[in-house]
Design a protein around this ligand. Structure first.
Ligand code: SF4
Ligand code: SF4
Length: 286
């Protein structure tokens, strides 16, 4: 089984919800939490742990064996990214930042062994033990690298190989193709929003995406006491997505960030919200 925690712009409290609900859901399922917000993963920070068991995420780039290359320029001609430039005599050179790793150059090269398998580092994945009885899988895109998809795919694959009863994915903000990839195979999306015009706008995009992907959505309103929730209620009604929890603006949650100790572990009122939500999710999944 898989559920996803998703939502709009960064800072809506998506990761806070993901780590707290993961801890609370551990009571019901053997689970893995996967942080697929690969451009800015922060679940490990909220859990107060250091990332471990690093594995590289690498893609193909061509490496030329100039002793075999016949300077035919075919590799440069086929490259849609213009990542291969050639000298006047046909000698090819790669501009690695432009290469999309499509492999077309290797396919068209008429000389066996003139293009060798090179590797381009895109980022890393990690599997980290947490003190809460479940592993955290994290994808982290290399700084300056723009293509997040290979890292999302690699991290999700690594999370699935752990073969737990439940996989909780914490997606990036928004509705990009990497978010869709993270959401794939989910039985439920918990859409985190806040009562602001931007929050409402982003929530609608998330609900639309869940509708297109045929995945049920539930809504959690973060900082629910700071704005008008009527429009969120209307949107929830329109998309048949129940509002399952409201989290108030909370000093206790802020303190939990500072201490790196998830709030669900405490006895405060906010902890009970996460525990109740986890029970509802567990009931839904079973
Ligand atoms: S792998 Fe694709 S993008 Fe990269 S150099 Fe070859 S043809 Fe161009
Ligand atoms: S296609 Fe192969 S042989 Fe032709 S220029 Fe490129 S690397 Fe050299």
């Amino acid at each position: 089984m898989q559920i996803a925690v998703s939502g709009g712009k960064g800072g809506t409290g998506k990761s806070t919800l993901a780590v707290n609900i993961a801890i609370a859901l551990k009571e019901y399922f053997d689970l893995t939490l996967a942080d697929l917000d690969v451009e800015a993963p922060n679940d490990h920070i909220l859990l107060g742990i250091k990332l471990q068991n690093e594995e590289p995420v690498e893609l193909f780039i061509p490496r030329f064996d100039y002793s075999k290359c016949i300077r035919c320029k075919k590799c440069a001609e086929v490259c849609e990214e213009h990542a291969i430039i050639t000298m006047r005599d046909g000698t090819p050179f790669l501009m690695p930042t432009l290469c999309s790793s499509c492999g077309a150059c290797k396919i068209v090269c008429p000389v066996e062994g003139a293009i060798l398998q090179g590797k381009k580092l895109m980022g890393h994945t990690y599997v980290t033990k947490t003190p809460y009885g479940f592993p955290l899988v994290t994808g982290k895109l290399l700084e300056g690298e723009e293509r997040a998809m290979p890292v999302v795919v690699a991290a999700k694959k690594r999370a699935k190989t752990l073969n737990k009863e439940l996989l909780i994915v914490d997606t990036a903000a928004g509705t990009s193709n990497t978010v869709s990839k993270a959401l794939e195979d989910s039985q439920l999306i918990i859409a985190v929003t806040e009562p602001t015009p931007l929050g409402l706008h982003d929530l609608e995009l998330t609900l639309k995406l869940s509708h297109i992907m045929g995945i049920k959505a539930r809504i959690v309103i973060n900082r629910g006491d700071l704005g008008n929730k009527n429009n969120i209620r209307k949107l929830a009604h329109r998309y048949k997505a129940e509002i399952v929890a409201e989290i108030p603006y909370s000093e206790n949650i802020l303190k939990s960030y500072v201490e790196g100790k998830p709030v669900v572990l405490s006895d405060c009122e906010e902890a009970e919200i996460f525990r109740t939500l986890a029970k509802e999710v567990a009931d839904y999944l079973r």
